[in-house]
Design a protein around this ligand. Structure first.
Ligand code: PSV
Ligand code: MN
Ligand code: MN
Length: 424
């Protein structure tokens, strides 16, 4: 489905007057409003190909209707999201779930939809049909060199797909680790993993990066070989300048201070970017901002502060991706909510009064510092984000548009009721 721009214009027309009232009031309160709006317009969040179908758990999966059944349809879905919010102009592919059959055709389709190919993701956490050796006891860490070699070759293969598509980075997430004390020699597992990553690193094209994603637990429940930001940073530092640490918000132990982790990785020039999601317990992959919106704001607050201190471009110098999968929601609605939450947190961070905050910090005025952050967080900036959308030709209210115009029903008509998104 390609969305006719007139439908969006007509919808926006209906809401223009009430939006303007809210926006004008807000704009009068914000100093650098034009600058903030431009930054919001420029900011793009990549959509993962695996989030477009209904997810599941090991207990079951309740598929939705009208889900994308091919890579082409996944691109269409991201194109639809992007048409609705103009903030989802990239797709992140998981190989081998999304192997393109015809690169030229897929690239042409992406270009037509205004989409870029973001980081490509390798997969050595599952055994694929016809795969020679099993990853049951790990991949890049494996005690058997032949298994490591197979996993290294897979990653190099993924880079090749990415090169064809115009991606510029590889994300490596390893499920490697152990389930019981004594199962693994930690030092050997680390060294094997490092050597394997070094071979992958050597295969990176000149202008590519590799993102090393960490995760505290699952599927291994005693140790993870890339289990936290310290381990990831160790690999990234040993690998070299093209390697950095990817932060997935759901991959920490409860109550971890993610904003502090982000600040320090950024300071070291080793923050790759994000997999955004939210969680109550761990890796729940829930809608961004649905559980801990204040934490999301505090993360963006550190990002804006740290990126500005290093003279970085907010939109292009880090990888911004969603990593979610939902059991009970329409995936497209879920993704619209996620992108909205990210834009809102970013807008909040952009409007923090940094001069006052610095002064409060330098004066050890704890109360003032807290007030500055919380005042910003409690200001309703939704009209600002909506204005950025309006100016970029998106829908003022993407979710409302999706529902009122019954876009899922149109997709069901095109694709049928019994669809299963590939790759999940
Ligand atoms: C693992 O939990 C993860 O966050 C990694 O990023 C994977 O690539 C992704 O989920 C999809 O399974
Ligand atoms: Mn992830
Ligand atoms: Mn995860």
């Amino acid at each position: 489905m390609i969305l006719d721009k007139n439908r969006i214009a007509e919808f926006n027309g209906l809401h223009a007057a009430s939006h303007k009232r809210k926006f004008d009031f807000l704009a009068s309160e914000i100093n650098n409003v034009e600058d903030v709006l431009q930054k919001l317009i420029d900011f793009q969040v990549a959509i993962p190909s695996w989030a477009l179908g209904t997810g599941g758990t090991r207990f079951g999966r309740f598929a939705g209707a009208g889900e994308p059944g091919s890579l082409e349809q996944k691109l269409e879905d991201v194109g639809l999201l992007h048409a609705l919010n103009q903030s989802s102009g990239a797709i992140s592919l998981h190989i081998p779930w999304d192997i393109p059959e015809n690169y030229a055709a897929i690239k042409a389709q992406a270009a037509q939809l205004g989409l870029q190919f973001d980081a490509v993701n390798s997969n050595t956490f599952q055994d694929q049909k016809d795969q020679e050796l099993s990853y049951k006891f790990g991949s890049l860490q494996h005690v058997n060199k032949a298994v490591r070699k197979q996993a290294i070759e897979h990653n190099i293969e993924v880079i090749k797909h990415g090169v064809e598509l115009g991606s510029k980075s590889l994300t490596v997430w390893l499920s490697d680790g152990s389930c019981f004390p004594g199962q693994l020699n930690f030092r050997k597992a680390f060294q094997n993993t490092l050597e394997s990553l070094q071979e992958i690193y050597a295969a990176l094209p000149e202008d590519w990066k590799v993102f090393v994603e960490y995760k505290a637990f699952e599927p291994n429940f005693y140790s993870m070989t890339v289990g936290d930001w310290g381990q990831s940073l160790l690999y990234a530092t040993k690998l070299g300048p093209k390697a950095s640490t990817l932060v997935d918000l759901g991959h920490h132990l409860p109550n971890a201070n993610i904003e502090q982790i982000v600040s320090l990785l950024l300071m070291e020039g080793k923050l790759a970017g994000f997999h955004f999601n939210d969680s109550k317990y761990g890796d729940d992959d829930l809608t961004v901002g649905s559980i801990k919106p204040y934490q999301l704001f505090l993360i963006f607050n550190e990002l804006v502060e740290g990126m500005d201190a290093r003279g970085m471009n907010h939109a292009t110098d880090l990888g911004w991706m969603i990593d979610a999968s939902h059991n009970v929601k329409d995936p497209l609605e879920d993704l619209l909510q996620s992108v909205e939450a990210i834009m809102l947190a970013y807008a909040q961070a952009l409007t923090v009064d940094r001069v006052k905050l610095n002064a409060a910090q330098d004066a050890n005025d704890v109360v003032a510092a807290q007030e500055i952050l919380q005042n910003t967080f409690r200001t309703d900036l939704r009209p600002l984000v909506a204005e950025a959308r309006l100016r970029s030709g998106a829908a003022l209210y993407p979710l409302q548009f999706f529902r009122e115009q019954q876009l899922r029903a149109e997709l069901v008509k095109e694709r049928g009721t019994k669809t299963i998104a590939t790759g999940l």
